[in-house]
Write a protein that binds this ligand. Structure first.
Ligand code: NAD
Length: 494
């Protein structure tokens, strides 16, 4: 496909999903006929409508997954592996189209060279694991015996993904679950369902048997029905803390194990010996331009040593002002809109409150962008300086293009400020001192730390949080074994 510079006509030329539910290999309407509009946040126009699954539909999806599970589990490993490699090939073959779909439904600038390659990378990585899953043989403990372990799938996995990840979130959860031999019911966020639905189509095309992956689009009602279903073997949820608490309460009723990937307020700690241009550029690209700040792990608190504070604040402010904000298909655009009207209003309220309360000094931004972009939900890249780390501005996850700069005096102070948050997802350290880099990385209360770089979510590294950023890991061997339970077999030898 070709993408016109203004994106016009794309919804007509794209193979858009029907917007129905994928249950047992069939595309079906919601049982009560309910549908929701999928809206392009860069223009406010309706892209298509999407089925809203009822609790009954979710029950059917779990039944389909439970029925499909035993045969899928028992497939020879190389057959399961080959289906997942074929899926990766299809994702790559449809890379641009998937990237366009993501840009349409989230407003994120189109990466013309790699629309969805991260999803393909995660798929290939876990496809490669399928025929390498091994248990261990233990030393005989008492008498003549043989003791060994069998890693076994849980059965039906409930996968609940957030709107900012689209097909990448789907691949990060669904593919390792399938690689481990589970079946899956995927409940994508209601705000960006098109990518996950297209992912479902590609899974069928790749040869995944009917019912092994089911996709039920819908809202809180569908999610609640899914996590309360006693037939679910494990829940993997990515989203906000309030929803996570409701999920844990539902899971408690059935003692269903849970993986939680939640929010963050990650610190980016910049020492005077750092490459300050690199630190400032990384800060602006990740905390502001990238996804308009709507990412769990983005370093939204910039902690700067007082000796270089003025220089870094000046650079960051100038770079924020130079970000090209626009529609996802505009030439050279670096930052898109926020996801919807409600979130746009909420972010502007947080900014107004912080300005009123003197949480910090507004250095740039703070307003909604009008003019040609008035139809979409565009918030100007916003930077606050000299922010009080205890203020709501520095403590609360804003999920919008708002960066808080906080001053520190020495290494201990930096670590204290970085860890002084309820969250513990990510952290960055910029320094030219190798010893300090490792020392601070070790002292940060976070699951994911980058030194002089923002980690690009490689599939072979475990990703996840500590404290209120959740528990469990996605990525790497750890991410695979989240979807396996270990059985021990003890054989008495006579
Ligand atoms: P959210 O918690 O509002 O919603 C997530 C999903 O949960 C939605 O699909 C929703 O329909 C569903 N849901 C709502 N109520 C439910 C219930 N009672 N039971 C089951 N499901 C229910 O989050 P969001 O707005 O989609 O995403 C933003 C949040 O996600 C932020 O906090 C962000 O930090 C977090 N996030 C975390 C990661 C990570 O990997 N750590 C990645 C991306 C986003």
């Amino acid at each position: 496909m070709t993408v016109p510079p203004d994106g016009s006509g794309l919804t007509e030329s794209l193979p858009m999903p029907s917007g129905d539910l994928l249950i047992g290999g069939e595309w079906v309407a919601a049982s009560d006929g309910g549908r929701r509009e999928a809206v392009d946040p860069s223009t406010g126009t309706v892209l298509s409508t999407i089925a809203m699954a009822t609790a009954t539909d979710v029950g059917h999806a779990v039944t389909a997954a439970a029925e499909a599970f035993p045969a899928w589990r028992d497939w020879p490993a190389q057959r399961r592996r080959d289906v997942l490699f074929e899926l990766a090939r299809l994702i790559e073959a449809h890379d641009l189209e998937l990237g366009v779909m993501r840009s349409l439904e989230t407003g994120a600038p189109l990466k013309r060279k790699r629309g969805s390659s991260l999803a393909a990378e995660w798929t290939k990585y876990y496809a490669g694991w399928v025929d390498k899953i091994e248990g261990v043989t233990a030393a005989p403990y008492s008498g003549a015996s043989l003791s060994y372990t069998l890693p076994e799938p849980y059965g039906v996995i409930a996968a609940l993904t957030p709107w900012n990840g689209g097909i990448v979130s789907a691949a990060m959860k669904v593919v390792p679950a399938l690689a481990a031999g589970n079946s899956v019911v995927l409940k994508p966020a209601e705000l960006s369902p098109l990518g996950p639905l297209r992912f479902g189509e590609l899974c069928l095309e790749a040869g995944l048997p009917p019912g092994v992956l089911n996709v039920v689009t819908g809202g809180a009602e569908a999610g609640a029905a899914l996590v309360a279903d006693a037939r679910v073997g494990k829940i993997s949820f990515t989203g906000g803390g309030a929803t996570a608490r409701r999920i844990l309460a539902a899971a408690a009723a059935n003692l269903t194990p849970v993986i939680l990937e939640l929010g963050g307020k990650s610190a980016n700690v910049v020492f005077p010996d750092a490459d300050l241009d690199l630190a400032a550029t990384t800060s602006v690209q990740t905390a502001l331009a990238n996804l308009a700040g709507q990412g769990c792990v983005l370093p939204t608190r910039l902690l700067v040593h007082t000796d270089v504070y003025d220089e870094v604040a000046r650079k960051v402010t100038a770079m924020a002002q130079a970000i090209k904000v626009g529609r996802p298909f505009d030439e050279g655009v670096q930052m898109g809109p926020v996801i919807d009207s409600a979130n746009c209003d909420r972010i502007l309220d947080v900014i107004a409150g912080a300005t009123r309360n003197g949480a910090g000094e507004l250095l740039t931004g703070g307003e909604r962008i009008g003019g040609d972009l008035a139809g979409g939900y565009f918030v100007a890249p916003t930077v606050f300086g000299d922010v009080d780390n205890r203020s709501e501005l520095a403590q609360r996850e804003i999920f919008g293009p708002v960066l808080s700069i906080v001053r520190f005096t020495d290494e201990d102070h930096a670590v204290e400020l970085a860890n002084d948050t309820e969250y513990g997802l990510g952290g960055l350290v910029f320094t030219g001192d190798v010893d300090r880099a490792h020392r601070v990385a070790k002292r940060l209360s976070a699951g994911y730390v980058g030194v002089n770089a923002f980690p690009p979510m490689p599939p072979n590294a475990p990703f996840g949080g500590v404290k209120q950023s959740g528990f469990g890991r996605e990525g790497g061997r750890e991410g695979l074994f989240e979807f396996l339970q270990i059985k021990n077999v003890f054989v008495g030898l006579t």
